[in-house]
Design a protein around this ligand. Structure first.
Ligand SMILES: *Cc1c(COP(=O)(O)O)cnc(C)c1O
Length: 428
């Protein structure tokens, strides 16, 4: 598609956008009386307007029923999570019984590693992307130590080749092959939080399984951003948060995927709690843990219904919009327009001040672009903030911006680039 750097062009794209009405279903932070240009869905998605009402509905149920709310009312709490699983399954490419919601992300990563990091003999290493999100690094290191190994030896981190910013799939798969006999677990993000690179999860799964290792993913930046096929790829496990691209509120409940091939595997360790017990016998309260079949059997604690309500409200919008594939069609166009505009800003100032490190190949990215500012980065970022552009800043020199198809417009992207140009001219 031929893009053009002018507002009328952006507005024409917005008029033709079949998803344009969804924008009005979200609350935007205000800047000088107008909607901020919110490009920070990679960090915290905006609040859907219906969230308040859906949560209020559960507060009312609590008020009216007290403890009976677990079984009574229009939406009893005991099976409430079952409403979420099919919607989430659509988004991550899983069967409903392969998905559950519980806890928060890093907690779930630990719980899943209890099941799927089973070091034994010379097979004790974990291979992962270098520069992973810090929480994942800490989780992996502490798991390795917990099993008595030294992270320096047991964690293999893969970094891009010299002079490159992102990993090549062939380098990932060949490193997995090379280390095959020592690998217990292949663990990758779906999308790296810093570079915005979307990894080839199918290829990584295949390579990991060929090596005889389990394969798991942290989909914090991928779930709700790009289409996924967890079931068909055969990934063993995955987890993600709901507050980034799934708009389910700060610290919102996390999602978990466990492939059905593991549902009956009694050899997997689980840190059990009563909420994972077979639902039809849970309230017999007898000794001896019997897990519910499916991902639900990994639950530990009583469902946080208010968080689940926020998640339910937000997930309904994905379904209403026609699903993740439809959203991704718009997403690719939005991000391509942003990329075009940033390159145009460089052309106008006659300098490659802004270097996009996220891959250009749409198969290797979601909506986020990570932009290295060759100089004056923080001043430029602060200029954007003063103009009402909300993105985020990562030391030492990266601005991340993520136009989201549910609530961002082509005009948002146009304005972000306009202010970027103004900043570049000011801080030459
Ligand atoms: C956002 C993010 C987290 C945050 O985890 P919490 O437990 O929700 O704080 C962890 N890992 C990755 C890859 C993330 O992007």
């Amino acid at each position: 598609m031929d893009f053009s750097n002018d507002l009328a062009f952006a507005q024409t794209l917005d008029e033709a956008d079949t998803l344009k009405d969804f924008r009005s279903q979200f609350w935007f932070p205000q800047h000088n009386g107008n909607d901020a240009i919110y490009l920070c869905g990679n960090s915290l998605g905006l609040q859907p307007k219906q969230t308040q009402e859906v949560i209020a509905g559960q507060l009312t149920a609590w008020r009216n029923y007290g403890v009976e709310g677990w079984f009574e009312g229009e939406e009893p709490w005991l099976p409430y999570h079952k409403k979420l699983a099919p919607l989430l399954g659509q988004i991550v490419g899983a069967k409903p019984e392969e998905v559950t919601v519980m806890n928060s992300l890093t907690v779930n990563l630990h719980l899943l590693m209890v099941s799927f990091y089973k070091p034994a003999g010379k097979r004790y290493k974990i291979i992962m992307e270098g520069g992973a999100f810090p929480s994942d690094q800490y989780a992996v290191e502490s798991q390795v130590r917990f099993h008595g190994y030294d992270p320096k030896d047991a964690v293999i981190e893969l970094f891009p080749r010299d002079g490159e910013n992102t990993l090549r799939t062939e380098d990932i798969t060949s490193s997995i092959d090379t280390n095959a006999e020592e690998l217990a677990l292949v663990f990758f993000a779906g999308i790296n939080y810093y570079t915005g690179q979307l990894f080839d999860l199918k290829a990584i799964t295949e390579a990991g399984h060929k090596a005889g290792a389990y394969v798991g993913f942290d989909l914090a930046h991928a779930a709700g951003n790009v289409p996924l096929q967890l079931h068909n790829w055969g990934a063993d496990f995955a987890c993600w948060c709901s507050y980034k691209y799934m708009n389910s509120g700060p610290g919102g409940i996390s999602g978990v995927f466990v492939h059905e091939k593991h549902h009956n595997d009694q050899s997997l360790n689980r840190l059990a709690g009563w909420w994972g017990y077979k639902l039809d016998e849970r309230f017999k309260m007898v000794p001896g843990f019997k897990p519910e079949l499916g991902a639900d059997g990994w639950q530990v604690s009583t469902s946080p219904i208010l968080l689940m309500a926020a998640h339910y409200a937000a997930l309904q919008l994905f379904e209403k919009a026609g699903g993740i594939e439809v959203l991704n069609d718009k997403s690719r166009k939005l991000t391509a327009y942003l990329e075009f505009l940033i390159n145009d800003v460089n052309a106008q100032i006659g300098d490659e001040l802004f270097k996009i490190i996220t891959p250009t190949d749409t198969a290797q990215r979601g909506c986020q672009l990570s932009i290295i500012c060759k100089h004056s980065g923080k001043a430029i970022f602060d200029y954007l903030v003063a103009k009402g552009v909300i993105g985020d800043w990562r030391e030492p020199d990266v601005i991340r911006v993520s136009p989201v198809p549910l609530y961002n417009s082509f005009a948002d992207v146009y304005y972000a680039a306009k202010y970027l140009l103004e900043a570049a001219q000011q801080f030459k």
